[in-house]
Design a protein around this ligand. Structure first.
Ligand code: NAD
Ligand code: MG
Length: 391
């Protein structure tokens, strides 16, 4: 019998929540997947451990940890590189078949673009890449004939619902949201919440940044923009519905009024695996859904006045240009200021809104202009955050 084809993958952000789960999938499918590249920013010890276990061709780490990782992997046949330029180079290696983009934030943009530039299919977890520069990323992917496979559970759900639909048009999509830990609360309550409260997500265990984004609902805002680019949708074709059980991962409504949903227990391994093996569904031992444990699936409208981030994202999407890049950069700074104990929870959307009013608008930005917008917005957001701390 012929051996199954082994796919070699570069796992960018391998020490993160998505990266670690992707490596579990590799471990469960050793004759189908091989790790060619692993990368991390700070968690050098875990990167070293992963490198010894998966024996990649190369690893990339943040510059400060280079000497430490190089020393630890001295006796292994693994190349060690450091920094953002190295990330862009390793994804382009001939031996890489597919890139899993699982770095968090704007920091994932350049390496994702580099992968597309080199014609590598991308399994995309790093939603910020599409939020910041969706026009640039999707036009480059089209030019290079590169497929982007969504890893985000909602977008994977939409992608799965579209299988077999060929030229049938999407009327609209519904992105489901759990509502996060503060669903049903008001602004007064939110003004008192702590970092520990906000990090307690009811259904998903994820990295800190996306967990705070889920609590503010900015995660859904970013996903609206991500969906607009992935599926070529107008803002009015994208709706958000709160579904606290996180069983329906999202829905597509077609022109005949039919709705298709993709369902399952909340487990990111499923969409990661779907993206890595598309179009094949690989057998898995992931926990199965049990109807008796979920006697009712419920739905609510999102509370946009308590959680203004969704409206801010729609506004950024409608304005286009560098506005989603401003939204993203301001949010990254504000979330990190909240995590460092500096600002209050309600200050996060306030800082985003102020930056969207203040940063210079560019209609059709180049990559350099996106990078400049990111830098300028970060400065503005940091100074707004400092004022909040003093206040
Ligand atoms: P995480 O914080 O757990 O991991 C982030 C990874 O990126 C780490 O390996 C870290 O070393 C690396 N990294 C951080 N800053 C970097 C930098 N400046 N340069 C290079 N590498 C850097 O994050 P996560 O929860 O795994 O999320 C990763 C991405 O996937 C995010 O864009 C997030 O929105 C998206 N996503 C995550 C989930 C989830 O369940 N965790 C679900 C959907 C989408
Ligand atoms: Mg999601």
């Amino acid at each position: 019998m012929a051996q199954p084809i082994k796919k070699t993958i570069a796992v960018l952000g391998s020490t993160g929540s998505i990266g670690k789960q992707a490596l579990e999938i590799v471990q469960a499918n050793p004759d189908r997947l091989q790790v060619e590249v692993l990368t991390a920013q700070n968690n050098a010890d875990l990167l070293i451990e992963q490198a010894i276990a998966f024996e990649p061709n190369a690893v990339v780490v943040g510059e400060e940890k280079y000497a430490y990782v190089k020393d630890a992997l001295q006796k292994h046949d693994i190349k060690v590189y450091a920094g953002a330029d190295a990330l862009c180079q390793v994804v382009q290696m001939e031996t890489v078949d597919m890139v899993l983009a699982a770095i968090v934030g704007f920091a994932g943009l350049r390496s994702t673009l580099a992968a597309i530039e080199a014609g590598k299919p991308v399994a995309l977890a790093n939603k910020e890449t599409l939020v910041v520069a969706g026009a640039l990323v999707t036009s480059l992917a089209k030019e290079k004939g590169v497929n982007i496979y969504p890893v985000d559970s909602e977008h994977s759900a939409i992608f799965q619902c579209l299988a077999g639909e060929f030229h049938n048009k999407i009327e609209k999509i519904y992105l489901t949201a759990s509502g996060g830990p503060f669903r049903g609360k008001d602004k007064t309550f939110l003004s008192t919440v702590t970092k520990a409260d906000a990090l307690k997500h009811p259904n998903w265990k994820m990295g800190e940044k996306i967990t705070i984004d889920s609590a503010t609902m900015m995660n859904k805002g970013l996903e609206i923009i991500e969906a607009a680019w992935l599926f070529s949708l107008k803002p009015e074709q994208i709706d958000v519905i709160i579904h606290p059980q996180s069983i329906i991962h999202s829905l597509v409504q077609f022109e005949d009024g039919s709705l298709k949903a993709q369902m399952g227990l909340p487990d990111m391994k499923l969409p990661i695996q779907y993206a890595l093996f598309y179009p094949q569904r690989m057998p898995s031992s992931f926990k199965r859904f049990d109807f008796a444990s979920y006697p009712s699936l419920t739905f609510e409208k999102p509370d946009m006045s308590t959680f203004p981030s969704i409206s801010l994202a729609y506004e950024a999407l409608r304005k286009g240009g560098n506005m989603p890049c401003v939204l993203n950069a301001a949010n990254e700074v504000a979330v990190s200021a909240f995590l460092n104990g500096g600002i209050g929870f309600n200050d996060i959307p306030t800082i985003v809104e102020k930056c969207m009013q203040q940063v210079h608008y560019i209609d059709k930005p180049t990559l350099q202009e996106y990078i400049d917008t990111d830098i300028d917005t970060r400065k503005e957001a940091s100074s707004l955050a400092k004022k909040k701390i003093r206040a």
